[in-house]
Ligand binder design. Structure first.
Ligand code: GDP
Ligand code: GDP
Length: 455
């Protein structure tokens, strides 16, 4: 079984996360400060992942050395004795010098480090989360150890290093492993983000969208002062716009703010269910537009491309048809992982066509939430195996596709249990992903498919 350690400076929430993963309060230990103690382990579980979690209690108070030296010594041992390190930071207090020196030190070790930003419940910790990008340890995973939020993303990150539990009957037991797979609570609003370069017409679009509905706006308690909560209903279904503050900031952008704005957009994207990337019909799909859309896909959000200012398009039919084709081609070429992205054209200024946007948004949202049952998937997998047998492994034996299951929705995420994952090859995975998309009708959303080796 793999071993996982949680490291980080005091008070970031290590014990809280430890308790959550171990699933019970840690037993009171008979530690006397100053007495050298061994790192102990406890079995822990997250979804279908089972691992040993290193007990980090007590190191901060043990010994007489300076905090940093103690932390270093402890972490050194944790790295030595574990397969994966969860490096925890406190997103509310932001990155402190001690976090920084640790990050740079961890970077130099070849350890497998997952950067986890704690205390991110609700909308909290955005600042720290943005700063955490600068640590050079990859994408921080926002969680709240106390409230149990963000655990499915942590599950996903850990899943790259930790095998799922060995099961008597893999297929039956692997069915539901993620609370996310349950239905979304009734009445939860669709979290919508509208992003895009400055001046493409985001604000105009927003006004148009909410102007036509009865809107609830205004500063609310608990939200930062310069953010306004925009909530409305579309055909009785609640919609909430995320990060309007960022939107306002971005509209008066200057070059120096560019980097901050990128981090901003990333945060907005990460908070959303569906992201509408607004393009300007006059210069469709510039590099920056494609970059933004690329992040949306990478972040696993549902993407809708909105082409605004269609009132400026060529008047004649063939002229504008040509421009549309060009846009589609560019998108298809740029995002091989996502076929048939939803594209809607309109003029936010005149209002023409804007009514097509929300139906597309909800349609994409449904697909993004899609659930395919394990029996269906496995019947399909047997069909695929017959239709297009997997290649022979280098030892001459045919690679066996054992079974497949959906471990997560939002976006649809599947694991495939394969006898020799390293030999299957990307072409075959791409074939499966494309067929999965076609056969289960999931156009336009990122589909994640990863391989597992059976126990
Ligand atoms: P450790 O020193 O790293 O082990 O941190 P603890 O687990 O003892 O937590 C330090 C403080 O942060 C405690 O007061 C916790 O209640 C609090 N805390 C832990 N996780 C969270 C969280 O997700 N959100 C918030 N707001 N507070 C948290
Ligand atoms: P933002 O920076 O993305 O929020 O863009 P704005 O909503 O502030 O719009 C930038 C400019 O584009 C403004 O002058 C708008 O009037 C104009 N604009 C927005 N939508 C349209 C449209 O559909 N057609 C035309 N012709 N102009 C538009």
């Amino acid at each position: 079984m793999r071993r996982v350690a949680i490291v980080g400076r005091p008070n970031v929430g290590k014990s809280t996360l430890f308790n959550r993963l171990v699933g019970r309060r840690r037993a009171i230990v008979d530690d006397t400060p100053g007495v050298t103690r061994d790192i102990r382990e406890q079995p822990a579980q997250l979804g279908d992942l089972a691992f040993m979690l290193l007990d980090t209690a007590g190191w901060e108070t043990a010994g007489g050395e300076a905090l940093e030296a103690r932390m270093r010594r402890f972490t050194e041992r944790a790295i030595e004795s574990s397969d994966v390190v969860l490096f925890l930071i406190d997103a509310r207090s932001g990155i402190l010098p001690l976090d920084e020196s640790f990050a740079s030190w961890l970077r130099k070790r070849s350890a497998k480090v997952i950067l986890v930003a704690n205390k991110c419940e609700g909308r909290a910790g955005q600042q720290g989360l943005a700063e955490a990008h600068g640590l050079g340890l990859g994408e921080p995973i926002p969680v709240s150890a106390e409230h149990g939020e963000g655990l499915s993303d942590l599950h996903e990150a850990l899943g790259r290093h930790v095998e799922p539990m060995p099961d008597e009957d893999e297929v039956a037991d692997a069915e539901v492993v993620d609370p996310d797979l349950d239905d979304v609570p009734e009445g939860r609003p669709l979290l919508l983000a509208i992003v895009g370069r400055p001046n493409v017409g985001k604000s105009t679009l927003l006004n148009r969208l909410v102007g036509e509905e009865r809107v609830l706006t205004g500063p609310e308690a608990g939200i930062t002062r310069d953010s306004i909560r925009v909530e409305w209903e579309w055909k009785g279904r609640p919609v909430r716009l995320v990060d309007t503050a960022g939107m306002r900031r971005r509209s008066r952008i200057d070059a120096k703010l560019e980097a901050a704005s990128v981090a901003d957009s990333l945060d907005t994207i990460r908070l959303a269910d569906v992201v509408v990337v607004v393009l300007d019909a006059a210069d469709m799909a510039e590099k920056q537009d494609l970059n933004i859309a690329g992040w949306v896909i990478e972040e696993g959000r549902a993407l809708v491309i909105a082409v605004n200012k269609t009132d400026l398009l060529a008047d004649d039919q063939s002229g504008s048809a040509k421009q549309w084709r060009k846009l589609r081609d560019r998108l298809e070429m740029s995002f091989a992982q996502v076929k048939d992205v939803a594209i809607v054209g309109f003029s936010a200024l005149t209002g023409r066509g804007v009514d097509r946007l929300l139906p597309k948004v909800f349609e994409t949202y449904e697909i993004w939430n899609k659930r395919v049952t394990t029996p269906k998937l496995n019947r399909w997998l047997r069909e695929m195996e017959t239709l297009h047998p997997p290649p022979l492994a280098s030892n001459g034996r045919r690679i066996r596709l054992r079974f497949m299951t959906q471990i997560k929705r939002r976006p649809p995420t599947f694991i495939l249990s394969v006898s020799q994952p390293q030999e299957l090859g990307n072409d075959y995975l791409r074939f499966l992903t494309n067929r999965l998309r076609d056969d289960f009708d999931m156009p336009g959303v990122p589909i994640r498919l990863s391989m597992r080796k059976p126990k």
